[in-house]
Ligand binder design. Structure first.
Ligand SMILES: [Zn+2]
Length: 372
């Protein structure tokens, strides 16, 4: 392999075919607009702003782009509202796995909050089992279409609610049946993760894994609490770690104690560029901290967060980064291996994915340039 052959920017088609790994994606943030319209009709949900899928898709994007938190949250009230039956959950999860597979994602951890899907009378267990069934169905359909994907579930508890221990216990009960870990999500301000210490301590005693949404809008104290008080294995976003990194005029860089800790301990950062642009955590792709964090060899990973609201996909995220930073297939492979190393499945299974799927996939793409 000549260095020239790998220094080129990959084409959109190569980006799509490249094996990608996704650690931070919300099930209720990734529905197909047509599915929302159909489920609303089937369940008699009357409050959708549009019934035409194309207009509905546009509405979601614009509401998420509006800069208004109320409108942004309204988008989730609609998706969650149509995900209250077993059939709906199975369908949404199956389509999620299918869509990710078609986009070249080979491993994904998709999260959702079981407590938000009880309005139709389902129990927490029934919610988890329906989503698991959907993921298995989606994996099967992807295989039939010639794609390969494995999807694990992360159970999310809401920061403002008081059910985190119950949800952590649920995650633990289903850990060998499709659930690979636990997460805390919701507004950071006023809802510190330390309110949920009993859930985290329970999971640690059970040798289980968890990530915490921290350092998205809120700065370093939130990251510090997630790591040093709660013991998070990964940081959901964590992008504000940039506030502890000083770049001097001559280009030299100084890391504060917390940023050093995050890099030294190889704490995975679940970075979501498009989502950050929408919430104002970054002003452009070129200015997104992922460029510096990758250069400094943090354990950075690329993620979608909410594919519907951000009108994005893993390929789309990488296209933006390739354009902003001139990333090559080597960079894409670096991000993908980083993410696979940081997954919550057992070490030998992660290694097998890296050696049998990810590395051969990138080698094949790079060889296309050699023989052209
Ligand atoms: Zn998120």
């Amino acid at each position: 392999m000549t260095s020239q052959s790998t220094a080129k920017s990959p084409t959109p088609d190569q980006i799509r075919r490249a094996p990608k790994v996704l650690l931070h994606d919300h099930l209720d943030g990734g529905l197909r607009p047509a599915t929302i319209a159909e489920l609303a009709r089937a369940t008699g949900y009357p409050r959708l702003p549009h019934t035409d899928p194309a207009e509905l898709g546009r509405w979601f994007r614009e509401a998420a782009d509006s800069g208004s938190l109320e409108r942004y949250l309204e988008t989730f009230s609609h998706t969650v509202a149509v995900m209250q039956t077993r059939e709906a959950l199975v369908r949404v999860a199956a389509e999620c796995a299918e869509d990710l597979a078609r986009d070249g994602v080979v491993y994904a951890e998709v999260r959702y909050a079981p407590e938000q899907h009880l309005e139709g009378g389902l129990t927490l267990e029934e919610v988890v089992e329906a989503v698991n069934e959907g993921f298995r169905e989606g994996e099967r359909r992807a295989r039939e279409a010639g794609h390969r994907i494995r999807v694990g579930a992360l159970l999310t508890a809401m920061r403002h609610a008081a059910r985190s221990l119950e949800i952590a216990e649920l995650a633990n009960r289903y850990r060998d049946e499709g659930v690979v870990g636990f997460d805390i999500a919701g507004a950071e301000a006023g809802h510190p993760p330390t309110r949920h210490l009993d859930a985290f301590e329970f999971l640690k005693r059970e040798n289980n894994h968890f990530t915490i949404h921290a350092g998205e809008a809120f700065g370093l104290p939130s990251i510090w609490q997630a790591l040093q008080w709660c013991g998070a294995d990964r940081l959901g976003h964590g992008v504000r770690i940039i506030d502890d990194i000083q770049v001097r005029e001559d280009g030299s860089v100084e890391l504060g104690r917390l940023a050093s800790y995050v890099r030294d301990k190889r704490i995975p950062l679940e970075l979501c560029p498009s989502s950050n642009l929408q919430t104002g955590a970054a002003s452009s792709y070129a200015e997104h901290p992922i460029g510096l964090l990758r250069r400094l060899h943090f354990r950075a990973t690329v993620n979608t967060d909410n594919r519907l609201m951000s009108h994005t996909s893993m390929s789309q995220e990488f296209e933006h980064l390739v354009e902003a930073f001139g990333y090559t297939l080597d960079d894409m492979q670096w991000f993908s291996v980083n993410a696979m190393k940081s997954a919550f499945i057992p070490f030998d299974e992660r290694l097998a994915m890296i050696n049998d799927v990810i590395k051969p996939g990138y080698a094949e793409l790079k060889s296309e340039w050699l023989f052209r």
